[in-house]
Ligand binder design. Sequence first.
Ligand SMILES: [Zn+2]
Length: 394
Amino acid sequence: MNPRMRSAVAFAAAFFIGATAATAPSAADIQLTPIVADVLWAPRPMRGSDARVHLVYELRLSNPTPFTLALETVEVVDEAGRVLLTMNKDTIGRRFSIGGRRGNEATSLKVGQFGVLFAHADFAADQPEPRTLSHRVSAVLHQPDHPPRPITVSGGEARVDQAPPIVLGPPLHGEGYLAGDGCCDSIRHVRALLPLDGRFALAQRFAIDWEQLDGDNRLLRGDPKKVESYTIFGRDVVAVANGTVVAMRNDLPEQVPGALPAGLPVSEADGNFVVLDIGGGAFALFAHMQPGSVTVQPGARVKRGDVLGKVGNTGNSSAPHLHFHVMDGPSPLLANGIPYVIDRFRLTAVSTGGTADFDKAEATGTPMSLTSFAGKPQLEQLLPMDLTVVGFTR
Ligand SMILES: [Zn+2]
């Protein structure tokens, strides 16, 4: 037996023996762990228009063993031992991306692999907020010549960010705006984990693609290949808070709607955009605006409600919309996405057809399937949830 083989067997034996004690680690009794769990960024609570508080974050699970590890359940536990969320194998299979790559979902980890579990726990707004989270991960270790061995590991401790919510004005004025690809179970923004400059970043976690409905609940009327056909095209984009412009672009051409442009460099993804420093370490991104429409220059001080540009279809965009998100640094992509709330808005309707209906309505001009909002429509200091229809009056 060569030395490498011998150490592999010793490592395997250590996992096999240590597995029973892995549920109760203590400083005096350190064990090899068959699962390494870490939270990529401390979750920051988001207060949604559904009167619930949402924790949206990413749990990385790595397999340091020489065997295949099949995940069974992941429980999210707070400091009081309260189980906030249990993800079973089905849920894991939809939310666990090998290597953090969207579309690469699985429930098991091969030797040396890691995956990122896109977690979403929520609770009623009147419940106490957790201060810390931990994770109880149950899996089955598949060792050659041994029966499958169930294991449970606790890990991935993370503090919950207690910073007060960022309260903003709306990024648009008027009625009938649809919050597309919003929080928290849509995937295009929430799971946009990108490997950039040698690290992971997830700036778009709480992004919304704003579109607008006409009186017949259509996002467009006429030729879907023409930007002018879309209800929202050309609407004024307005500053959500007083702030200072830190970056902008104004020269990229409109894309033809219907498909994302091919071969676009990542630096042009936001099209014509404005980044606003809104203070307290928060920055707001307004993306995909019409060429030549951006009215502000870097260094300019703007006031809440000032016009920044017009809604267009520039950059990585397949239909005119306003992409808006808030992040913790000036780069629209190489930053961490943070939640915010809008101080006042009217929630009039919610989608009944989900993202598939939204995509169809955007591609073909069919009316959205909606139902009237059952609650009191005037809402304060909340974030419109995915596929809600809202109005922003001045
Ligand atoms: Zn977007």
